[in-house]
Write a protein that binds this ligand. Structure first.
Ligand code: GDP
Ligand code: MG
Length: 441
């Protein structure tokens, strides 16, 4: 999954201040592979990766984010944009009967979806619904719709297969009007593959009955082919929306992204089973998350963040557990981390143990003071750093001179050290668990 793929590159992106073509190249490659693995059509993958790149490059990384997180945010935002806002339900805002035309290849799930939509409109929107089949080639298709209509208890118009689809639907519209039906859902014939005759037929039907909704029904399991089919239908008909069927059998979900991107039309519903109740409204954010495991990616980013801290905390905890005391080298490590992270007050909370540092102390060790503290510790001998009790008056004076500070500064640092040491001792008292509890996040 993208989660696993990005975990490595995220780590490598840490500590960069700005996203560049260079430093996101590897991550973009992972995004591309993840999209392909989700069965998103190649041209769509290329377009998406390009969009993500354009948006990402040059972007400043917010102080609160690592560049890896910043990139993931771009990926997520871009996918959400492409998937669009949650689709509205069917538009029935026309004089009755509102005609809903279904289009798609044979086996896509049109007839099944007619029954599902009829049930949905009847139960959820309290509409009186009639269905009709314009599939004049297969008498069995007309029978199939009749059975389904009875099952969901909606009106069914008996088609005369000797007539043209337009004539059948015109007759059905008349009948629907007389029956005071609010909606007429029109099932159509599909072929096993795109051909001119089929396209001409459905175009003629569309022109004759001017539907308020023209829904493209597509099998999500066809993956890459779904994109090709969508392109043809989208060019032949003014689609108002898409129904993505058989999502119950599709683990990858790339078809949704492809079809949405290629047609530019909202996915209004998804099929989630063979039964008439197997219909769901489409949640773009949810599907985007499923496709790319985005929810996991975001929590992964947090985990990576915590992990880095945890590793250091674990080391420190191990040391404390072994009875070794917190010394000035440990303090320097922590100051260094702080500097790497920008040395800002808020970031201190992320350092191991810092969650328990009193506010006034946090304030002391932010900003310009950190480099000075580092300089002071740098002027000590390794032995002094490991054994702070050695630091008598003359050593302190030497360190002040060596670091270009005053003895008062050195004393202040040692005081801060003692406060930290005390805190570490408290944590050590609580053992490893205490230290972990003390960590934020
Ligand atoms: P049509 O040729 O486009 O009218 O397709 P049908 O409605 O006859 O459906 C073709 C097959 O797909 C049937 O076996 C349906 O039961 C099945 N089908 C349709 N929608 C779904 C769905 O959302 N989930 C599952 N699992 N099967 C579906
Ligand atoms: Mg059918």
């Amino acid at each position: 999954s993208l989660t696993q793929r990005l975990s490595g590159t995220i780590e490598r992106l840490r500590g960069r201040g700005r996203l560049t073509e260079e430093n996101i190249r590897e991550s973009l490659r992972e995004v591309r592979i993840a999209l392909l693995e989700a069965d998103v059509a190649l041209p769509v993958v290329q377009a998406l990766v390009e969009r993500i790149k354009v948006r990402a490059v040059g972007q400043e990384v917010l102080k609160s984010l690592t560049p890896g997180q910043a990139l993931i945010k771009v990926v997520r935002d871009e996918l959400t944009t492409v998937m669009g806002a949650a689709a509205a339900d069917l538009n029935l805002n026309v004089p009755a009967p509102a005609v809903v035309l279904m289009a798609g290849l044979q086996g896509a799930g049109k007839t099944t979806t007619v029954a599902k939509l009829a049930k949905h409109l009847k139960e959820r929107r309290k509409k009186k619904v009639m269905v009709v089949s314009a599939d004049v080639y297969r008498p069995a298709a007309i029978e199939q719709l009749k059975t389904l209509a009875q099952q969901v208890d909606v009106l069914w118009f008996p088609s005369d297969p000797s007539q043209k689809p337009e004539a059948i639907v015109r007759a059905a519209i008349d009948d629907a009007r007389k029956s005071f039906a609010d909606v007429l859902i029109v099932d159509t014939a599909g072929r096993t593959s795109i051909d001119e005759a089929m396209m001409r037929e459905i175009q003629a039907l569309h022109a004759a009955v001017s539907p308020v909704e023209t829904l493209f029904v597509v099998d999500s399991m066809t993956g890459q082919d779904a994109a090709v089919t969508a392109k043809h239908f989208g060019e032949a008909l003014p689609l108002t929306g898409v129904v993505l069927t058989k999502t119950d059998g599709d683990a990858r979900g790339g078809a949704a992204l492809s079809v949405r991107y290629i047609t530019g039309k909202p996915i209004k519903f998804i099929g989630t089973g063979e039964k008439p109740d197997g219909l769901d409204v489409f949640h773009p954010d949810r599907v985007a998350s499923r496709i790319l495991d985005m929810g996991d990616v975001l929590s992964l980013v947090e985990q990576v963040e915590q992990q880095v801290d945890k590793d250091k905390a674990a080391k420190l905890a191990e040391k404390v557990a072994k009875g070794k005391r917190f010394n000035l080298e440990d303090m320097r490590d922590q100051l260094e981390q702080m500097q790497n992270m920008g040395g800002l007050h808020g970031l201190m909370d992320k350092l191991p143990g810092m969650g328990q540092v009193p506010e006034h102390l946090k304030n002391q060790v932010t900003g310009k003071e950190v480099p000075r503290m580092m300089a002071i510790i740098g002027s000590m001998t390794p032995k002094e750093r490991r054994n702070p009790h050695l630091l008598n008056g003359s050593r302190r004076a030497r360190i002040a001179r060596g670091s270009g500070t005053s003895p008062a500064d050195v004393n202040k640092l040692l005081k801060q050290f003692q406060q930290m040491e005390k805190m570490m001792g408290k944590l050590a008292g609580g053992g490893m668990k205490g230290l972990m509890r003390g960590m934020k996040g």
